[in-house]
Ligand binder design. Structure first.
Ligand SMILES: C[S@@+](CC[C@H](N)C(=O)[O-])C[C@H]1O[C@@H](n2cnc3c(N)ncnc32)[C@H](O)[C@@H]1O
Length: 322
């Protein structure tokens, strides 16, 4: 069954062909199916698109190939854990995929996975498409689309990942609901966002940046790294200190929204579990337990290279589990 919906009649279709129901043909940007074309977007959403058009995120290293991308992703305990825990034949949607490094990694790691990467930014998708063509990733489909009007069926994907995206939209909780609605019953959601307590330390760095007009490199664990090239650091500075739209959301609020949408708690990241246990349920913390978890996130602010980006993993209840 197709993983895509026709923007004309909302019937299931394959975007490479005209819709058999209404004849709508989706345009191409290179190898990217462009569902947005020149449609008018919300001013703030357009501001975010323009921002990433100048500096697509995350950047590829010069000469990146399948091997270097896989090695780099496997050096991240979170991405390694994700790859180990997602079955080899799963359908995966990466919503707000940027330059599609996570999507490419998951698709390259298992040729039977069907991976869809969606983003609104032309330049990021162009980088994703260039990499995909060079390396050859036939099981990755790239779409240009808006999180609030996705050409993707409801209840369809075994795994939905959306990392670092919803807090850059004009309506973060609306975005969370849109993303969550694509998860199949019994499927899993991995949602990553700037958590209000986890990002406290970075908020301090941002305040210093606005006073001084530049970041204090010694206080930022990414800027302190000697192994990163200057381009990656420039991208980091833009993304972390000069972003036009950034909201902070608390763990209890995000979890509450998703509980209402029919999801059960699996875990938060950090901490990253060992081996292939990323989707093994852990006991849901009490109110005090959640507060203690968040206090721990505040404390790691000085060394946290994700600058307060945390992920919540949840499982959508299946019809039989009520
Ligand atoms: C910080 S990047 C994260 C990229 C990727 N998820 C990752 O972790 O490597 C945020 C991405 O969200 C996308 N984005 C923000 N708002 C969006 C929207 N309304 N619709 C689609 N994509 C959006 C941006 O274009 C950008 O590529």
């Amino acid at each position: 069954m197709s993983l895509f919906l026709c923007p004309g009649c909302r019937a299931s279709f394959e975007p490479a062909e005209p819709c058999p129901g209404c004849g709508t043909q989706v345009g191409l940007l290179g190898g990217v199916h462009d569902f947005l074309a020149d449609s008018e977007r919300d001013t703030r959403a357009k501001g975010v698109e323009d921002f990433y058009d100048v500096r697509p995120f995350p950047g590829y290293a010069p000469g990146d190939d399948a091997g270097t991308l896989i090695d780099r992703c496997r050096s991240s305990p979170f991405l390694l854990g994700l790859d180990r825990a997602i079955p080899a034949d799963a359908t995966v949607a990466d919503l707000g995929c940027g330059t599609a490094q996570i999507s490419s990694f998951l698709a390259l790691s298992s040729a039977r996975r069907r991976v869809v990467g969606l983003d609104a930014c032309r330049a990021s998708l162009h980088e994703a498409d260039t990499f995909r063509r060079r390396v050859g990733i036939p099981n990755l489909t790239l779409l240009r689309g808006d999180l609030f009007d996705m050409p993707l069926p409801l209840d369809r994907f075994d795994y939905v990942i959306s990392r670092g995206v919803v807090h850059h939209t004009p309506d973060p909780f609306g975005a969370i609901r849109e993303v969550a609605a694509r998860v199949a019953p019994g499927g899993y959601l991995v949602i990553g966002w700037y958590e209000s307590m986890a990002r406290l330390f970075h908020r301090g760095r941002q305040a210093l940046h606005s006073v001084l007009g530049r970041p204090v490199w010694a206080l930022d664990p990414v800027l302190r790294r000697r192994d990163l090239d200057v381009e990656k650091k420039k991208t980091w500075i833009e993304d972390q200190y000069r972003h036009p739209l950034e909201e902070l959301l608390s763990l209890p609020d995000v979890h509450g929204e998703l509980r209402k949408a029919g999801f059960d708690w699996v875990r938060t990241i950090p901490p990253v579990p060992e081996g292939d246990e990323l989707f093994q349920p852990t006991s849901e913390p009490s109110g005090f337990g959640r507060f203690a978890l968040r206090l721990g996130w505040v404390a790691r602010g000085l060394t946290d290279e994700d600058a307060g980006l945390v992920s919540l993993v949840l499982r959508r209840r299946s019809a039989s589990s009520g």
